[in-house]
Each structure stands twice: as structure tokens, then as C-alpha cells.
Design a protein around this ligand. Structure first.
Ligand SMILES: *Cc1c(COP(=O)(O)O)cnc(C)c1O
Length: 365
């Protein structure tokens, strides 16, 4: 029997095959490969999709986070509030700027930031907040933005798992000061290589980001901003992303449907879904359940030809590279890290595959 993949990198490209081939030829013939018209087109259409004025293409999602921090003047010694269960990307970016991550614990039902813990951390006036819309679920962003505004703390949204997630007619990336996206191939909007973008309504911030992504130049060879670097988006990735963007809402609809079917179909006394998923503000990036006997469940699924993975096994504050000098306890974060398991979830997953996964999960002993 064919294995059921967590993500099928070949199948998800199939609907675009002819358009991708044509776009590759067009870029090749154009003779312009980096920061050209295809990048400008994609920046404009992606910003419009997100409902903001400015889009800035960059090399990848991690660079987007780091450039956002630098554009907001986060530097050596600055504290930045974030969570420790979101894969370490925010922590890497904060550390790269010389800043200090201040971790807050998560809500055990959703594994998103816990709002009361966040309020307490904000009262110590950090330089910024990075809020991650994890697994495709929009965080309680309206409340978070209001809390941060009251204290003058800028909000960076990490939307790398939440392209198109919307609440009250507004999309992820349009609530905070700046939204950061990755287009790594497995994301809801994926390139055929590394790519990323930032979106913002703030023209001055957008100008700083444009300079920072290219050596800090405000004009060619004029390094006006410190900490500039090279993190440009290339024409090929931008052209491919423009082909896929119009399908994003349909793909997200299929992902939400998969989340709802898993939620309805999985019935097991030892297995718990996250609460409140599959609604309009969720774009089903990953389908994550909790099980105290996770490795036994993984082995059982594997024996049935079903891939699974853990997002993420080690919280940031316990990672070898970043282990805090002072022991710090984040009980909900640590409990979740020991129990979360991700099942196959992507728009090309068939109903038969979905049924096979549900059947395999329910037959776990
Ligand atoms: C993938 C991801 C990133 C990093 O994006 P890259 O393009 O791989 O650098 C950042 N944050 C989150 C939440 C992600 O899932």
C-alpha cells in the first residue's frame, strides 16, 4: 500500500505544472533574476491579499522575522516577548539581533499564547512582541494588539503557518505593525525553494525593510542603515508564488475540511484534538493532536504506512543552544512538547488517504 505522506511535495505542485514551466521560461528569457518586475508584482498582489499597503519580498521567513526586529530597532539587550513552542524561529531572530527572548506560556487547549501570561510580560515594557499563529490558527490577535497598543509595544505577527487566516474580514499579517511570512515549500503558500515576505501598512517601516534587505542601501552603494544585509527575493520564486496565490483560498478551504474530518472522525480515549479548529480563522497548516503515549502511536501509524511528525519536540528554553542560565519553567509548553503529534494534512490529500489515517488512529491500542 502507498505510504500516506505528511506533505506531498510533488502532488501539491501538479495543478500548476504547465504554468510553472511557462513561468520558468519567461524568467529565463527576461534576463532579470533578482528583485525585478516579478518580485514587484508579487509584493503588490500579496500585500493586497493581506489587506495592507506594502509588501517586501525577502529570502526566507527567518530573515523576515530578523529584519522586522531590526526595523523596529531591537538590538543588543532588548527584550522581546514570544512563546517557546513555535519551532525556535522567533528565538533565532531575537538572538541574531542580540536581544533576549522573554517566554510566556501557552493556552493548553489551542497551544497559542496565553493572554493573561502575556499581559503580565507586557507590563515590563519589552521592545517588541512576536506572536505566532501556530498550526494555521489565528492567535487572539485583536486582544493582543489592543494590550500592546496600550503599552506602546510593537507587534510582529509570525504568519509563516497562517497565510490567509482571517477574522472579522481581516487577514493574518494585517493586525500588528508588521507581518512575517515564509514561503518554504511545505507552507500553505509555498515556493520551489526558499522565499519570504513582510507586509505592513506603515510606509516608513516598509522603506526601512526595503533598505535592510539589501545591504542597508537607501540608494545604490549608499549604506544608510546599519545592520543591512542581503536577503533578496528572486524572480523565479516570485513568479511561481504569483501563480499559486490565486489558489490559496481554495487550498485553505480543503485544509480546513481535513481538520474538520479529523476532528469528527478521531474517537479514541487516549487521543485529544486541539480545541476550536476548522473554523474560518484556521487555515489547517498542520493537524496536531495530543497523546501521552506518542511514540507508541507513531510506531503504530508507521506500521500502517502513515507518516507523522512532532511540531515541536523541544521547547526553545530547553534547546541546547539557548538553554537559559536560570531554569525557567513553562508547564503548559513542556507538557505539550511531550504529547503533540502531527498527521498528514495538505490540499492534495485524498478522501481515501484521510479515511485510512483516521482508521489507523482509531485502531491504536
Ligand atoms: C517555517 C517557519 C518560519 C521560518 O521560515 P523559513 O522560511 O524556513 O526561514 C518561521 N516561523 C514559523 C512559525 C515557521 O513555521
Amino acid at each position: 500500500m502507498q505510504p500516506v505522506r505528511l506533505f506531498d511535495a510533488v502532488r501539491v505542485q501538479q495543478p500548476y505544472r504547465a504554468a510553472i514551466d511557462a513561468a520558468i521560461t519567461a524568467v529565463l528569457d527576461s534576463g532579470c533574476f533578482v528583485l525585478g518586475p516579478a518580485v514587484a508584482d508579487f509584493e503588490a498582489s500579496f500585500a493586497q491579499y493581506c489587506g495592507v499597503a506594502h509588501g517586501i519580498g525577502v529570502g526566507n521567513g527567518s530573515d523576515a522575522l530578523e529584519l522586522a526586529l531590526r526595523a523596529l530597532d531591537v538590538g543588543v539587550g532588548s527584550s522581546v516577548v514570544t512563546v517557546a513552542n513555535a519551532g525556535g524561529y522567533a528565538t533565532s531572530a531575537i538572538r541574531a539581533c542580540g536581544g533576549e527572548p522573554v517566554y510566556v506560556d501557552i493556552d493548553p487547549d489551542t497551544l497559542l499564547v496565553d493572554c493573561s501570561a502575556l499581559s503580565a510580560a507586557l507590563s515590563r515594557r519589552p521592545a517588541a512582541l512576536i506572536v505566532t499563529h501556530l498550526y494555521g490558527q489565528l492567535a487572539p490577535i485583536t486582544r493582543i494588539v489592543a494590550d500592546c497598543a496600550a503599552r506602546g509595544v510593537p507587534v510582529i505577527e509570525d504568519c509563516a503557518q497562517a497565510h490567509g487566516a482571517a477574522r472579522g474580514g481581516r487577514r493574518a499579517g494585517s493586525f500588528g505593525d508588521v507581518g512575517c511570512f515564509s514561503f518554504y515549500p511545505t507552507k500553505n503558500l509555498g515556493a520551489l525553494g526558499d522565499a519570504g515576505a513582510l507586509v505592513t501598512d506603515d510606509a516608513e517601516l516598509a522603506a526601512r525593510l526595503r533598505a535592510l534587505r539589501q545591504y542597508g542601501w537607501t540608494r545604490k552603494y549608499v549604506n544608510q542603515l546599519a545592520h543591512g544585509r542581503n536577503s533578496r527575493l528572486d524572480e523565479l520564486q516570485a513568479a511561481l508564488l504569483s501563480i499559486k496565490l490565486p489558489q490559496l483560498d481554495d487550498d485553505n478551504q480543503r485544509r480546513r475540511e481535513i481538520v474538520r474530518r479529523y476532528d469528527a472522525g478521531i474517537r479514541h480515549p487516549e487521543i485529544w484534538p486541539l480545541l476550536g479548529r476548522g473554523g474560518g480563522d484556521d487555515v489547517g497548516h498542520l493537524y496536531v493532536l495530543r497523546c501521552a503515549r506518542r511514540s507508541a502511536l507513531q510506531a503504530h501509524l508507521s506500521s500502517r504506512g502513515i507518516d507523522s511528525d512532532v511540531h515541536y519536540p523541544q521547547p526553545d528554553h530547553l534547546q541546547p543552544a539557548w538553554r537559559a542560565a536560570l531554569p525557567r519553567s513553562l508547564p503548559a509548553t513542556e507538557a505539550a512538547a511531550a504529547e503533540v503529534l502531527s498527521l498528514p494534512c495538505h490540499p492534495a490529500l485524498t478522501d481515501e488517504e484521510l479515511a485510512r489515517v483516521i482508521d489507523a488512529v482509531n485502531s491504536f491500542h
